[in-house]
Design a protein around this ligand. Structure first.
Ligand SMILES: [Zn+2]
Length: 415
């Protein structure tokens, strides 16, 4: 049972063609848009052809199930997501869905029997790019968010999550029905691209994840006084942008302290207002993302960023308003599932790297319901969320082989 790299490549191409504009670089297929639903429909159609039972839940997550020989057993699941950030690469999320499709084909063509049902899942709305919340579909499945939270998250055009769900034919009032029941699941495995360069730099082709980083997200609004760039002497200014610039450097400094090795802090977005070359900025907003594998260290780094920002703004005579956006603690994934995946690698004569994930994933959400593991395949130069994102299809095929072997090992060992 050997995964076919050419088929995997065709799946990657098929999904890459479902994009907002063929002329823009990369793939743009945002959460809860008709394009995301189109991609889910392609998955559902192919899975139905392979004989799987297919359904979509109220959160827009798509499922395809191969029955087990023992219908009373809970399901073993695998899958990932098909939405993207704007101008994304071709592999983030898609790799795990292509691997699921290829695994389903292999199982169907070889008449593989398993005791547990195997559920192939495509989660909806994994990327936080549109609504600021990552993993919406899997959070709903895990019961970590629900109908009450769908009205306060909005995209840049002011569309709420609830409206977006309605816009693609889903009913936000019913999302609670998408919640997974513990007794229905035995385990879950997600294959994903690494989105970092640890595998590449250590010459490993497969990673098995032990912990997923947590993340604290803050918005810092700096308010100064807008005025004429020529008329206002330097000593009479309350310049929001120079204060913001100092805050950006403070964020970097906090994360590069030696006791914080492993902390990653980023200002990935800045808005400046009014945004004119001849006006001293009256306001600047910074979006800060703090990630860590250690919950205490993550909290301390976020607190120190706020402290330093307050001191900078006080010294410069501008106001600071801190808005917490999201708080996710680091998540250790299942030890037993990790062991099974490592054994599956060794069965294929591959020594995996056991490593943490810096990015958040659907896997960490469903891990709260059922023991979950992750397989990483290498990202060339560690690049992700960019059109240059690349994973060699041979590596993806090897990852798929590990996935298929891992699912069957779980089937053989789990109750
Ligand atoms: Zn992803």
């Amino acid at each position: 049972m050997i995964p076919d790299p050419a088929r995997l490549e065709r799946w990657i191409d098929t999904f890459a063609r479902i994009t907002e504009s063929r002329t823009d670089p990369g793939v743009t297929r945002l959460a809860y848009t008709p394009l995301e639903r189109d991609a889910h429909a392609v998955f559902a159609e192919r899975m139905a052809e392979l004989g799987a039972t297919v359904w979509v839940d109220a959160a827009g997550n798509t499922y395809a199930q191969r029955p087990g020989t023992d219908p009373d057993r809970p399901a073993i699941g695998t899958g990932s997501h098909l939405d993207s950030v704007p101008n994304a690469g071709r592999f983030d999320g898609i790799a795990g869905v292509a691997a699921a499709l290829e695994t389903a084909r292999l199982f169907a063509e070889h008449g593989v029997e398993h005791r547990h049902p195997i559920r192939f899942v495509v989660f909806a709305a994994e990327e936080g790019a549109r609504f600021g919340q990552a993993c919406t579909g899997s959070r709903i499945a895990a019961g970590l968010t629900g109908p009450d939270d769908l009205d306060d998250k909005r995209d840049a055009a002011g569309v709420t999550l609830a409206e977006a769900l309605r816009g693609v034919g889903l009913d936000p009032a019913r999302v609670a029905s998408a919640r997974w029941r513990r007794e229905d699941w035995a385990a879950f495995v997600e294959l994903h691209i690494e989105q970092g360069a640890v595998l590449e730099s250590s010459h490993r082709r497969i990673g098995v994840v032990d912990t997923v980083s947590g993340s604290t997200r803050l918005r810092l609004d700096v308010t100064g006084r807008a005025s004429h760039s020529g008329g206002t002497p330097m000593h009479l200014r309350a310049d929001a942008v120079t204060a913001a610039a100092e805050v950006v450097l403070a964020v970097e400094a906090v994360a590069t302290l030696t006791e914080r090795e492993g902390t990653r802090a980023t200002v990935g977005k800045i808005d400046v207002s009014p945004g004119s070359i001849t006006t001293i900025a009256g306001a600047a907003s910074l979006w800060v993302d703090v990630r860590d594998l250690d919950a205490d260290r993550q909290a301390r780094a976020a607190a120190e960023i706020v402290e330093r920002a307050e001191a900078i703004c006080a010294r410069r005579g501008v106001r600071l308003c801190v808005r917490p956006l999201a708080e996710t603690p680091p998540v250790p994934l299942s030890g037993p599932v990790r062991e099974v995946l490592v054994e599956a690698c060794r069965e294929l004569d591959v020594e995996p790297a056991v490593l943490p994930s810096g990015a958040s994933h659907d896997a960490q959400q469903v891990n709260t319901v059922t023991p979950t593991g992750m397989i990483f395949v290498p990202s060339k130069d560690g690049i992700s969320h960019d059109p240059a994102e690349w994973t060699d299809v041979e590596d993806l095929a090897l990852g798929t082989a590990v996935l298929a072997a891992g699912l069957l090992r779980l089937d053989a060992t789990l109750r």
